[in-house]
Write a protein that binds this ligand. Structure first.
Ligand SMILES: Cc1ncc(COP(=O)(O)O)c(C=O)c1O
Length: 406
């Protein structure tokens, strides 16, 4: 059979080998703790579930939705932006639902890029910043997120391009910014004639009193770009596929045009559930943040107790940690899986500059997390005693050595 070459252009799935090993262990009855994927372990808020239950009993939700989204959904998003970020969104023209942030990231590339164009994408970064442009026939130029630069891109050294992806609070580094960084991005986008897409998947999961800004708070942001927002992480709704694109009306319209040819929009019942998330369950992400903060501290404490230097992140349910000397991301992730039966993500899976790091996800219960930390602690002494391979590890979340804002 002959298939489209565009799929071959996408880098191989680096977790595949890890997944095979996990499955092998689980089949052998071994208890594997996965700190690999960032998929919240706790349920969706009750108000959202109840809104959904009621909505699906209403036959008015059973027909094709509109790609534009219902007026009530768009107004709820506008209300959320006004209240949370102090940003005015025109519900008529400046917002459209997406079936999760991932769909938004992949398809915004298809709506904005021509073959031969260049997309500028963070490295390390969320993999669809690469696959979306590649599927559009465009090239991807990686902007390294260096630890010494607070995991911010050095925009000035970037080549010409058509689309710029940014993402703060950042996956996988956990780095955060203030509005001045977004102002810098807007000025840069305007100078270079770039479309800016800010992927805001994590602004509601923050710690230590930090409040994450929206890209749209930066003056002129709507002139150059859009923000993709997701309900997945803040409201434990990864399975629901609910988010939106907000900002520049022309991009929103082009996106709608594309979507009318690809899918038929978001199930009206899910839109009603999303409205409940933004209104009745508005405070829920704060509760989740408290839970993740406690887990973050638990991991930090455990790692410090075994002699690692850790600076906890101020946002996202992830630790971005340097691997011990003498290891690659993959060899360390493999060692932790083989000896401790704990899954962590190798940083290299997020791009070339992720090499030398691993990502530890906080999306398992406290007791499992404690158990995982204990197992890793035991592994360190075993490995040092047997082979000395772990060396003298230094773990950092990326706050060390650089400003978080521009
Ligand atoms: C940076 C980033 N963007 C977008 C997403 C997509 O989330 P969803 O498609 O569930 O909204 C994720 C999920 O992990 C992410 O980490």
């Amino acid at each position: 059979m002959k298939f489209a070459r565009r799929l071959d252009a996408v880098p191989p799935y680096l977790f595949a080998e890890l997944e095979r090993k996990i499955e092998e262990r689980e089949l052998a009855g071994i208890d594997v703790i996965s700190l690999g994927i960032g998929d919240p372990d706790l349920p969706t808020p009750t108000a959202v579930i109840e809104a959904m239950a009621e909505a699906i009993r209403d036959p008015a939700t059973h027909q094709y939705p509109s790609n534009r989204g219902t007026a009530a959904f768009r107004e709820a998003v506008a209300g959320f932006y006004a209240e949370r970020f102090g940003v005015a969104i025109d519900p008529e023209t400046e917002v459209i639902p997406v079936l999760g942030g991932k769909e938004g990231v992949a398809h915004v590339a298809l709506a904005t890029l021509d073959p031969g164009d260049t997309a500028l994408a963070p490295d390390p970064g969320y993999p669809p910043y690469t696959s979306g442009p590649l599927f559009s026939g465009a090239k991807v130029h990686y902007l390294p997120l260096a630890e010494e630069n607070g995991f911010l891109p050095d925009l000035e050294s970037a080549p010409e391009g058509r689309l710029l992806f940014v993402n703060y609070p950042n996956n996988p580094t956990g780095a955060t910014v203030e509005v001045d960084f977004f102002e810098h991005v807007v000025a840069f986008g305007r100078d270079r004639g770039l479309i800016v897409v800010h992927d805001n998947a994590y602004s509601e999961i923050t710690f230590d009193g930090y409040t994450a800004p929206s890209f749209l708070q930066a003056e002129g942001a709507k002139d150059v770009g859009v923000e993709i927002f997701s309900l997945s992480k803040g409201w434990n709704m990864t399975g629901w596929r609910a988010g939106w694109i907000a900002g520049n009306a022309e991009i929103v319209e082009r996106y709608r045009h594309l979507k009318t040819n690809l899918d038929s929009g978001m199930f009206d019942a899910v839109q009603r559930a999303a409205i409940a998330a933004l209104t009745e369950a508005r405070g829920f992400p704060r509760e989740m943040s408290q839970i993740y903060q406690r887990r973050r501290d638990l991991v930090a404490e455990g790692l410090r107790a075994i002699g690692l230097e850790v600076e906890p992140p101020r946002a996202t349910p992830y630790f971005w940690a340097r691997v011990p000397e003498g290891h690659t991301s993959a060899s360390f992730a493999e060692l932790v899986l083989e000896r401790a039966n704990v899954v962590i993500s190798p940083g290299g899976a997020y791009g070339p500059h992720g090499e030398g790091f691993v990502r530890i996800s906080l999306t398992v219960g406290d007791d499992r997390l404690e158990e995982a930390v204990d197992r890793i602690a035991a592994l360190r002494s075993v490995a040092q005693g047997e082979t000395g391979r772990l060396g003298r590890p230094v773990i950092s979340d990326g706050r060390a050595g650089g400003a978080r804002t521009s």
